[in-house]
Design a protein around this ligand. Structure first.
Ligand SMILES: [Fe+2]
Length: 278
């Protein structure tokens, strides 16, 4: 794979040529805004501005009130068609203002305490990343596995017809820190259940210059952006390839949790339990 990078102000364009097909893939990385919908909290009830993760626009985000999760999902869909918002988006969903402000503040406070417990992580594709399993009696765990979270994301991920099918996975909720040097190479998450799970990455804090990039395998287009605090990214195991670019300044902290349609496990489930050094 050959990658050429040029800078155009805030936008970095990367052209990629892969294999013998010489397919040109353009990446547009928007530092700072992530290109997602603004909220009424940010605009004081004024016009909400909509672009998606990667720069596509959708009129659904142009609401004068606080957009709900569906509207954020709509902002990531530009191709129309059937299926859930997640499917139409091409394999990655970005939702801003995920928790209510009070819940977010409490999650952030608890995560600040968890920082004392983080250790180096063993996963192959992650570099210089730190993390810790969140205890089940911690508020962060409680907030992530709440049925309201599964219900809310169910519609976006599975569509109206199947929105009651999601439950929290029986894997630990994890708190992770990307310090300077922290990154994650291109990968697909391993399926832990017989129906591949949804991996939810909630950004707690982000003072870093790191971006999350992903590929829509239908088109070969790559997209990416900076994730703001109190947002989530959702990808499906065995789904869209994605990576986290290296932090060169600042730090990003996230909570990762899993939603699933089944608790029937694959063999990989058992191989993925020991991921931190102690
Ligand atoms: Fe991943």
């Amino acid at each position: 794979m050959r990658m050429m990078s040029r800078r155009f102000g805030a936008v970095t364009r990367v052209e990629t040529t892969r294999g013998t097909r010489a397919r040109a893939v353009r990446v547009e990385t928007m530092r700072g805004s992530f290109g997602a919908a603004e909220t009424s909290r940010a605009t004081s009830g004024g016009r909400a501005r909509g672009e998606n993760y990667g720069g596509r626009r959708d009129a659904a985000t142009r609401a004068a009130r606080r957009p709900n999760a569906s509207e954020y999902a709509a902002a990531t869909t530009s191709k129309g068609g059937g299926g859930s918002a997640f499917e139409r988006a091409g394999g990655l969903l970005y939702v801003r203002n995920f928790f209510e402000p009070e819940t977010y503040e409490r999650v952030a406070k608890e995560c600040a305490k968890l920082r004392e417990s983080v250790t180096a992580e063993n996963r192959a594709c992650a570099r210089h990343r730190l993390g810790v399993m969140v205890p089940m009696d911690n508020f962060v765990h409680e907030a992530c596995v709440a049925s309201s979270v599964a219900e809310r994301l169910g519609t976006l991920l599975l569509g109206e017809e199947n929105d009651g099918d999601l439950v929290a996975g029986d894997v630990p909720v994890e708190f992770r820190i990307y310090p300077v040097g922290g990154s994650m190479d291109w990968h697909k998450d391993v399926a832990l259940y017989s129906k591949p799970q949804f991996e939810i990455v909630f950004t707690v804090t982000n003072t870093s210059d790191s971006t999350t990039e992903w590929e829509d395998e239908r088109t070969g287009m790559r997209y990416g952006g900076w994730t703001e605090p109190n947002s989530v990214i959702v990808v499906r195991a065995d789904g869209a390839p994605h990576r986290v670019t290296a932090v060169t300044r600042g730090e990003r902290s996230i909570v990762k949790f899993v939603l699933t349609q089944t608790l029937e496990k694959t063999d990989d489930f058992f191989d993925n339990l020991l991921t931190y050094t102690h």
